[in-house]
Design a protein around this ligand. Structure first.
Ligand code: TNX
Length: 524
């Protein structure tokens, strides 16, 4: 085990023999534009090491710089880190690159640098290092579904810290679904008063359909959201909010029954859904529904500065629209042909609406049905197919095929796996995931913004279970998203697993309840 077992692996790294001690006199020499990373180093590394890292210059200081030369060569997210007998220089291509470099510096200090208080008598040293690094993809994402099971705000903030430690930079926040609406919308208070609660809980443990009569729910106030977005921004993570429509909307319909297809279902009798699966209760295709969601999105845009806004678009069964005279009349009136056209009409509307406000729409690959809206980007989840079609048509895509990077799916085929759902994807499988499928034309490959791991929480009812499913696989995913790995068959899986031995010690220090390589403990 050695501190130089970096994950994700940097582009180039050399470690000459020797190391440089850090102590209470070690200063931070923070050049222009480096204040954010200096603050992070003092707070987070300061807590772990007990080192005050005062302001100062001189040969003993850790120099933080933003340099145009590094930016030119390695991009704004790239960095160079040099630790020699002469000093420590961390040089970012931009503020983000500098911050990712600080993550590498933390790894080099050893697993104890991930604790929240210093161990007595512990001394600190950085191994001599020459690193140049940059990410392969600009979109290195993680989706968390906070609808199926609510995640407390503190746990969201912790997950953002864990993402930063793995150099991931997009947090896809799945805020609404049939089973719960999780974001306060001031003009529609019932969305959270009613839509954030369901009467029963379904426990995911060992995927048994075990119900209890405990109400489940919770939501984030707008101030909670501001805090989450700011915490993410300080870690160079963009939060992409998702407001799912026109399917996955039963929580909203339960709060405001007129949003549903009232001519075919008694939507006033609907409650927040307490079952998993694809829900038949979808939005009615009316102007009033569009206005309602514009109102929601106006507040969402105020809270989230991200370029992309996710509007879902997945798994919208068309049966109610087929049965509804009102929906059929709309199809005729709008001249959209059929139910797929109606779905596409929803998405196109919000594509134009977001574009007019300087934002971009992203949706699940079902938004290809009935024709892709002009400016839309696609999250390709049902395999690569949707992403390939969209990229070849010149649309940006994020590759997150469920067969490879759905972290709610089981990570072993053993009988004692606590969450035995979906495809079996081991740590090694995730390490061999390739976001850009072979055969994609060069022009289309440029539209692959990156990749994303998705954590759906139907069967993940608490933090321990989320930790178990997400880790250690997120470490493999992070390396796939960041590092310049060869084609899957040529990847050094053994070398990665060897480096993981050090990484497990980091996760231990962080208190992450990952799946142990030896398999689940009986209580898991
Ligand atoms: C499919 S991914 C879904 C989610 C589920 C997930 C479970 C997607 C766009 N839709 O609603 O939670 O499978 O793995």
């Amino acid at each position: 085990m050695t501190e130089t077992d970096l994950i994700p692996a940097p582009l180039t790294a050399r470690h000459p023999r020797g190391s440089r001690a850090l102590d209470a006199t070690t200063a931070l020499d923070a050049g222009p534009g480096t204040g954010g990373t200096a603050r992070w180093l003092r707070t987070v590394l300061g807590a772990a090491t007990g080192l005050p890292l005062p302001d100062g210059t001189g040969p003993g200081a850790i120099r933080l710089r933003i340099s145009p030369e590094t930016g030119k060569e390695y991009g704004p997210e790239g960095y160079r880190l040099s630790v020699t007998g002469d000093g420590v220089l961390l040089d970012g291509g931009g503020p983000a690159g500098l911050f990712w470099g600080a993550q590498t510096l933390r790894q080099l200090l050893g697993p104890d640098a991930y604790r929240r208080a210093p161990l007595p008598g512990r001394t600190w040293a950085l191994p001599y290092t020459e690193i140049a690094d940059r990410p392969r993809f600009g979109w290195r994402g993680l989706l968390l579904d906070v609808s199926r099971h609510f995640t407390a705000k503190d746990d969201v903030l912790r997950l953002l810290d864990l993402m930063a430690a793995h150099k991931l930079n997009v947090f896809h926040f799945h805020l609404t679904d049939d089973q719960g609406w999780r974001i306060e919308i001031e003009r529609y208070p019932r969305l959270t008063e009613v839509g954030a609660w369901r009467a029963r809980s379904k426990r995911g443990h060992r995927a048994s359909p075990l119900w209890d009569e405990t109400p489940h729910g919770g939501h984030y106030t707008q101030d909670d959201i501001r805090e989450i977005v700011a915490h993410a921004a300080a870690r160079h993570i963009t939060v992409v909010p998702e407001i799912d429509l026109p399917g996955h909307a039963q929580a909203a319909i339960a709060a405001y029954p007129w949003l549903g297809n009232t001519d075919v279902v008694d939507t006033a009798a609907l409650t927040v859904w307490d079952t998993w699966g694809v829900n038949p209760n979808v939005l009615a295709p009316t102007e009033e529904v569009l206005r309602f969601y514009e109102g929601v999105l106006e507040e969402v845009l105020e809270l989230f500065p991200s370029e992309f806004v996710h509007i879902g678009g997945d798994e919208c069964p068309k049966d109610q629209w087929k049965a509804s005279p009102a929906a059929q009349a709309r199809i005729a009136e709008l001249g959209v042909g059929d139910e797929d056209g109606l779905q596409s009409w929803f998405i196109r509307h919000f594509d134009r609406w977001l574009t007019a406000r300087g934002r971009r729409l992203i949706g699940w690959d079902e938004i290809l049905e009935g024709g892709l809206a002009e400016g839309a980007a696609v999250s390709s989840w049902r395999g690569y197919g949707g992403g390939i079609a969209a990229a070849e048509a010149g649309h940006d895509v994020v590759m997150c095929p469920e067969q490879h990077v759905y972290l709610d799916h089981r990570q072993h085929d053993g009988p004692d796996e606590p969450v035995p759902i979906g495809f079996v994807r081991t740590l090694e499988d995730v390490y061999r995931f390739e976001p850009v499928p072979p055969g994609l034309s060069e022009a289309a490959a440029r539209h692959v913004l990156g990749t994303q791991a998705n954590v759906w929480t139907e069967v993940l009812e608490n933090r321990a279970r989320v930790d178990y499913q997400v880790f250690p696989r997120l470490a493999a995913f992070a390396e796939v998203a960041w590092s310049a790995l060869p084609a899957p068959d040529d990847r050094d899986t053994d070398g990665f697993l060897r480096r993981m031995e050090t990484h497990y010690r980091r996760l231990d220090a962080l208190g992450v309840a990952y799946r142990p390589p030896t398999g689940p403990a009986p209580w898991q």
